[in-house]
Design a protein around this ligand. Structure first.
Ligand code: GLY
Ligand code: MN
Ligand code: MN
Length: 431
């Protein structure tokens, strides 16, 4: 790991700060599952992006004053007893030596020192509303800083979510390598599951298979709770119970991606439990795949991020008219939003350190345009629950296909194409 990566990112962020301002990056705190059993620690993504530092309850201040740019870290203090129980702490000395902060202090000193750091500056920037209790802390530190000298300028509090998010939106080479690894591992897990699933398996067993395949390739955690949904469970978009028995003639929708070195992959595949699509399942599947391919084709530098959305809506509307689920003129039905009964979510989201990654979707009053280095998911679907007003033969079919697409200088790269989405390839893999 090159420590320069994180220092360079801080310098880049610092260069965008107004004069006489301080930007605050709060790290994550340890979270408890019950009593004194903590979840494995996961650092807050923006804090990690600009620090590479993975200890809880830390804080970084990037100061742009007339003395120049400096970054100050507050980290857990060295503590012999705590280190025996919970492991190594870098402490302030380690934070400066190993993470290239200009200065570092014990995090027990934050309340005492932050007002002094803010004093004399005109602006404090941070991501408002993201960390519980932090907004109140910033108000307290700012009030204490202002009250040090009633003749100094007031300190404005400014939201830095877009500033930080839009830096994270364009991935650098280091990040692209890690995301590619997360995508490869996740794709290999899907391939293994397709080969192994059989009639009578429980959804929970399939979930465990994914976790095992992630973990044995070096990705200990899924990037989000996997959705393992047999049959009609696929029509519940955020189904995570994963506790039903799979049936030979049902489709299985699995939305599962690992986190590798902090970076997420996000893949959905829908495949037949018994290894062979029924006629109706295949018809629905082919419409989703056509929408998927048409949408991916539009992920290109300069195109609006709404293009894949619109293209997928149109292909799905036309497909549903062709097979008789919708009735009428496809253009008119599209305008009316008739597809929303069966395709009710958006086509995708940014992907990176967070599975729904930071970064705006609008630039001013317009939708963002794709730029090289952005990574978006493309994930159209059709969901026909038993309560739908359609012929019985369609009921209980839910299909989503999801890939992770990197915008490049000459188009795009599908980072998850290793796992087949073509129905013939899926059937032959499963045979
Ligand atoms: N797996 C979360 C999503 O697809 O948005
Ligand atoms: Mn997704
Ligand atoms: Mn997903």
């Amino acid at each position: 790991m090159s420590k320069n990566i994180y220092k360079n990112r801080r310098d880049k962020l610092g260069a965008l700060l107004p004069e006489n301002s301080v930007l605050l990056l709060p790290g994550a705190d340890l979270q408890y599952r019950n009593a004194d059993s903590a979840f494995p620690f996961r650092q807050e993504s923006s804090f990690y992006y600009f620090s590479g530092f993975c200890e809880p309850s830390s804080l970084v201040a990037i100061v742009n004053s007339d003395k120049g740019l400096s970054s100050i870290a507050f980290v857990p203090p060295k503590d012999k007893i705590k280190e025996i129980w919970d492991g190594y702490r870098a402490g302030p000395i380690g934070a400066v030596e190993d993470y290239m902060f200009d200065k570092a202090f014990d995090n027990t000193q934050i309340d005492l020192m932050l007002p002094d750091i803010l004093h004399g500056n005109e602006q404090v920037l941070y991501s408002i509303g993201k960390k519980k209790g932090f907004d109140q802390k910033v108000i307290e530190w700012t009030t204490a800083a202002s009250s040090k000298d009633r003749h100094s300028k007031s300190i404005n509090i400014t939201d830095a979510s877009s500033l930080i998010g839009n830096i994270r939106l364009i991935k650098d080479d280091h990040e692209i390598d890690l995301i590619k690894r997360a995508c490869d591992i996740s794709a290999e897990a899907h391939i293994e599951a397709m080969k192994q699933v059989k009639d009578g398996d429980n959804e929970q067993f399939i979930e465990s298979l994914y976790i095992h395949e992630f973990s044995k390739r070096g990705a200990r955690f899924p990037a989000y709770p996997p959705i393992v949904a047999g049959g009609e469970n696929a029509c519940v978009l955020h189904y995570v119970e994963n506790n039903c028995e799979l049936k030979e003639n049902d489709l299985l929708l699995v939305d599962a991606g690992c986190e590798f070195n902090m970076y997420a992959a996000d893949i959905t595949r829908t495949y037949p439990v018994g290894g062979k699509f029924s006629e109706e399942q295949l018809e629905i599947y082919k419409i989703v795949l056509k929408a998927m391919n048409a949408a991916i084709d539009t992920v290109k530098e300069g195109n609006s991020i709404m293009m894949p959305q619109e293209v997928s809506e149109k292909v799905i509307t036309e497909g549903l008219v062709e097979i008789g689920i919708l009735d009428g003129d496809p253009d008119q039905l599209h305008k009316e939003g008739a597809y929303k009964e069966f395709y009710m979510h958006k086509i995708g989201h940014w992907l990176g350190l967070d599975v729904h990654d930071a970064g705006d979707y609008m630039e001013g009053n317009e939708f963002m345009k794709f730029k090289p280095g952005m990574i978006t998911t493309i994930e159209p679907g059709i969901y026909i629950s038993s309560s739908s007003n359609v012929e019985d033969k369609w009921k209980g079919i839910g299909v989503r296909i999801e890939d992770d697409i990197l915008v490049t200088k000459d188009g795009n790269e599908n980072l998850t194409k290793k796992v087949p989405s073509d129905p013939n390839e899926i059937e032959s893999l499963m045979s």
